[in-house]
Design a protein around this ligand. Structure first.
Ligand code: KIV
Length: 275
């Protein structure tokens, strides 16, 4: 069954937890989808884990559309959320609606995600008014890395915690169907979750959120540039891949691969006539 925003609303009502993982291409989206994950986020984290940038700020709309469309071809049941890259919505409400529309029309996403609280509520409202579901994202918002001065836990002081609660309520009032809460103390994220009617999706925000999201390279041990404290490694696929690549390298160099069964046949007399 296809997951939709209604699935999310029902899960909140019934207290059923939701799973979300990132994907950036067709093959991975198929695997994630087949595992029954509720939602695939085509995150602008692709700037880090797929494109090798230091942060997400260089990611473009073209990058996001290209990868979201590939994911959409691979996922049948997961709700596909396309991330709006840096400066695709901050510049104006008009830009926000046009670019959200492109992620739906050209990327075939089911919803879009954008970072920020109160300050992006006019954009959220306008995108929702255009018939596009919006997932908000508060707490540590990586597109603001230069303003934060690094990847830091958010909402630890009373003032910062109050602002996060206000932001969460504001994005809900603007029409968001869900909100990602990143790198926020677990008790605060649980409190925010209890105050909202919409789903909270945590990443580094404890078990009290309505759902969880992780970057797949982090949870599979495929990305070692940095490893946030909140990641659980469900497998060490990076080690498995490295070992397989090494074996392939050895076998190619030893002439062991390809073996006879990997080749195509031709009649010997055809070959003989070529000499
Ligand atoms: O871009 C992304 O993958 C994200 C998640 C970390 C929530 O925004």
């Amino acid at each position: 069954m296809k997951n939709t925003v209604l699935t999310f609303a029902k899960a909140k009502e019934e207290g059923v937890k939701l799973s979300m993982l990132t994907s950036y291409d067709y093959s991975m989206a198929r695997l994630v989808d087949e595992a029954g994950i509720n939602s695939i986020l085509v995150g602008d984290s692709l700037g880090n884990v797929m494109l090798g940038y230091e942060d997400t700020t260089p990611v473009t709309m073209e990058d996001m559309i290209h990868h979201t469309a590939a994911v959409a071809r691979g996922a049948k049941n997961a709700l596909i959320v396309g991330d709006m890259p840096f400066m695709s919505y901050q510049t104006s409400v008009y830009d926000a609606v046009v670019n959200a529309g492109r992620l739906i029309k050209e990327g075939h996403a089911n919803a879009v995600k954008l970072e920020g609280g109160k300050e992006v509520c006019p954009q959220i409202k306008a995108i929702v008014d255009a018939g596009i579901p919006v997932c908000a994202h508060i707490g540590l918002t990586p597109q603001s890395i230069n303003a934060f001065g690094g990847h830091k836990v958010q909402g630890k002081s009373e003032e910062a915690a109050k602002k996060l609660i206000e932001d969460a309520l504001a994005v809900q009032a603007a029409g968001a169907f869900a909100v990602v809460i990143e790198a926020v103390p677990a008790k605060l994220a649980a409190l925010i979750t209890s105050k909202l009617d919409i789903v909270t999706i945590g990443i580094g925000a404890g078990a009290g959120c309505d759902g969880q999201v992780l970057v797949y390279q982090d949870m599979l041990g495929m990305f070692s540039d940095f490893s946030p404290k909140f990641v659980r490694r469900y497998a060490e696929i990076g080690d498995i891949m490295r070992a397989a690549f090494k074996k392939y390298d050895e076998e190619v160099k030893a002439g062991v691969f390809p073996a006879e069964e990997h080749g195509y046949k031709i009649d010997d007399d055809v070959i003989a006539r070529l000499y």
